[in-house]
Design a protein around this ligand. Sequence first.
Ligand code: HEM
Length: 343
Amino acid sequence: MGINFRKETFRDDFTFRNSPEQVKRFPFPYHEDAYMYSVNIEPHVAGPKNSVFEHLIDVDEHYVSEMQDRAMVLAEDPLRCQSLPHMTLAGWDLLELLMTEMAKGYPEHFTLTQDGDRWRWINRPLGIDDTFTFGDVSTLPYGPMEYITRQSQGDFAILDQRDGNLWMDAGMITTQADWSLDFDIGMNFFEWHAPVPLAHEMGVFTRALKFLTNIQQGQPARRLNWTMTINPRLDTSPENFHKWGSDRLSVTAENVGQKVHLRVELQTFFRLPRSNALVFPIRCYLLKMDELVSVAKWGRRFHRVLRDLPDELAEYKGLTRYRQTVVEWLSKYDDGAPTSPGF
Ligand code: HEM
């Protein structure tokens, strides 16, 4: 049985919501009642059925609408997709990874046929049936990275590895939590992480870089990150801050349940075979507060996490204006019962 793709928007009238099945598979990111940065990286192995880890590349009910939103962002601002000249080979590597994994995980929706370098790609949800020569850019309507990431949920940064560091030399970034590819392009791991508070002093980035530069082909890794977003808006970029910044002032006790969203990023890391680059897909999952409290243990835990979050993190994540209103709203769902670690 295939996925039932929803027709919805992530702007203007904001009709996005999750089906009950989608709420159940939401990657709730907290292992305890408090949160602090850490090197929370683990092997990216296939997980339980109906979870976001079932396949290495997750496709869900929001796929078609997310791809439409991406096309709108790119039409307004082509610089959300950039690839420095030496990254074209990595783009082909990424195209291969995504086509292979999507066809394997969702054969009813995607089919890849390979006859030497002659490849045929069928994407049924988006109505695409293209035949092209692998490695020959002139046979695709866009460069390989842009072609496949216009058809893949989540943002993608491709990092070149040299001099013991990672360099953000290509990417498709249209659903980001307030950072800019156009600003970060060509930066290294420490440079693009410079604005993050506390984690540098804790040694998080030195250890994380060591881990990432040692990732081997066929042994991907993953971590979860989170923030919050007002309205189910995917494009919370600095470029469009004038469109969404003031949304933060619109939260009231009455509208928290529908307006405030937990935004979780499933971040994965794959070594690419020909280029030796690292690709960093960032899959964004949104959950309304009304949806979150429909799972009692999530409501209880998220209340405590948000209430006790260090001020530096709340400030960096942009939660300060509405945090107290949301904490008070969530307190109704916290009966004070002890929680189990690890769920
Ligand atoms: C934030 C990129 C891997 C930890 C960020 C930001 C970017 C980014 C662009 C936003 C910085 C800003 O405010 O402008 C990447 C890329 C990675 C990567 C491309 C892959 C190579 C990691 C890893 C860790 C990590 C492995 C830790 C284990 C963090 C943390 C933040 C952050 C803690 C702050 C997030 C928040 O509080 O919401 N990253 N990152 N990153 N990154 Fe990374």
